[in-house]
Design a protein around this ligand. Structure first.
Ligand code: PFF
Length: 450
């Protein structure tokens, strides 16, 4: 490796390890929890189609840009963006790109762990026979104190993995858990399609119906695409910095977004047949999988086991994602402070735990403020900045060097997207979306301005 690009940190031990870790990061609660309820709240099939469009047009090019930036600079998101801007003869203040993404990822982590804690609790409830009554899971997730304990437990697991580092922690967990994840996912989906209302679910998800589309549908789909692919949150720049120079970023990116989108669609096929079987409202919102599914599990043969397995699946997905969320901030602090990896992971994880604890006590804070701020403002803003950075700040020739394996067609699409499509589309969505929300007084009220 050239001296200018020398880095002190570790690299992935194989392409398989990188793909498992990156797919593990992308596939998470975003696919199993957020995608179903966003689809339910935004009109089903119309949302699904717009979502797929957003993944291809926005998330894929931003993912390629992030992996390329990280691999080129071999540092955390903040340091990489500063270093690359300076190298390109621009101001080091462009590290704002890394700052916004790192803040977004850290904020997501705070409440992510709360939801993941609930997922863990429900998995335990299932395996312990708690779904025998419709509200049986409340035994495991009833009081705020108990909720806090699960949130704490999940965060500690995340910290333990990250503190063990790239090879001993992140890679090991991803290469073992992700193949297991896919096995359980296929098994549960087949079960659900055979036993649930498959026809209704297929129509709901895939029969074109654009009557429910509004401007808000696009904002929701865009935020969901970034959330689900793990872009705009400093993760993929950080994971890219662990890539060896000869890796093929274009093909890896296509693989990561394909796997992630496939899992979201399969999750829809797993969850909606069950939702429709009992006539639940698909637009039930944030609690869709926590209210609808346990009711169904309580009436199904082997419902406890199936329910326990479903939430175990979501737990695996959540853990391989939360470690990537924490890793992105840990990588930055580790570069700049002398605490060492383990201490850094405990400090930052502890801080995220405390902010998340606020969300346990206030659903408005969790689902409203944090989710809207991170999912619909910071992530789109981060994606916008990454695109401007890769399309306008960094010379095209430099991006081409990092994406040298990409076919001319893929590179041309990439560069056009980061230069024009992503900035223009997100720029207008952000301005209109923010304007809408402030006018409606919702966000204004949440941040104390309304
Ligand atoms: N992509 C993961 C998910 O969909 O759950 C985790 C994640 C990463 C969520 C980055 C949000 C985010 F900004």
């Amino acid at each position: 490796m050239a001296a200018a690009l020398a880095s002190t940190h570790a690299h992935w031990s194989s392409r398989f390890a990188f793909i498992m870790a990156a797919v593990g990061s992308a596939v998470g609660l975003g696919n199993l929890w957020r995608f179903p309820f966003m689809t339910g709240q935004n009109g089903g099939s119309a949302f699904v189609l717009i979502y797929i469009g957003c993944v291809l047009l926005f998330a894929l090019p931003v993912l390629m840009a992030e992996l390329a930036i990280g691999r080129h600079a071999q540092q955390s998101a903040i340091t990489s963006t500063r270093k690359m801007a300076i190298e390109a003869g621009k101001s080091g203040k462009w590290s704002i790109v890394g700052w916004v993404c790192t803040a977004a990822g850290f904020l997501v982590l705070t409440t992510y762990s709360v939801i993941a804690g609930q997922v863990m609790a429900f998995s335990a409830a299932g395996f312990a026979g708690g779904f025998a009554q419709p509200d049986g899971a409340t035994m495991f997730y009833g009081t705020d104190g108990v909720k806090m304990l699960w949130h704490f437990g999940f965060m500690v697991l995340t910290i333990l993995v990250v503190s063990r580092g790239l090879k001993g922690g992140i890679e090991r967990v991803a290469t073992i858990l992700m193949p297991l994840f896919f096995l359980v996912l296929i098994g549960l989906t087949v079960y659900s399609l055979i036993n649930g209302a498959a026809g209704a679910a297929l129509t709901y998800l895939f029969a074109p119906d654009f009557s429910a589309v509004t401007g808000q549908t696009f904002i929701a789909a865009l935020g969901q695409a970034f959330f689900s692919v793990s872009v705009a949150s400093a993760i993929m720049i950080t994971y890219g910095s662990y890539l060896p120079r000869d890796s093929n970023i274009g093909s890896s990116s296509v693989l990561i977004v394909s796997a992630d989108t496939l899992v979201a669609l399969i999750a829809g096929l797993m969850i909606f047949p069950i939702v429709f079987m009992v006539g639940m409202d698909p637009a039930a919102g944030l609690g869709l999988i926590f209210t609808a599914l346990p009711q169904v599990f309580s009436t199904m043969p082997a419902g406890n086991f199936i329910g326990g397995a479903f939430f175990a699946l979501a737990f695996i997905a959540a853990l391989t994602s939360s470690i990537s969320l924490l890793e992105a901030t840990v990588a930055f602090v580790e570069e700049n402070a002398s605490f060492g990896r383990s201490m850094t992971a405990w400090l930052l994880g502890g801080f995220a735990f405390m902010i998340g604890a606020g969300a346990v006590y206030s659903e408005a804070f969790a689902g409203g403020f944090v989710d809207v701020l991170s999912g619909q403002i910071l992530l789109p803003l981060g994606g916008f900045l990454v695109a401007v950075f890769a399309g306008w700040v960094i010379p095209k020739s430099l991006m081409r060097t990092e994406l040298s394996h990409a076919s001319p067609g893929l590179f041309a699409f990439f560069h056009f997207a980061v230069r024009y499509i992503v900035p223009v589309a997100i720029g207008s969505i952000l301005v209109l979306g923010l304007d809408d929300r402030f006018n409606a007084g919702r966000l204004g009220a949440m941040v104390g301005l309304g």
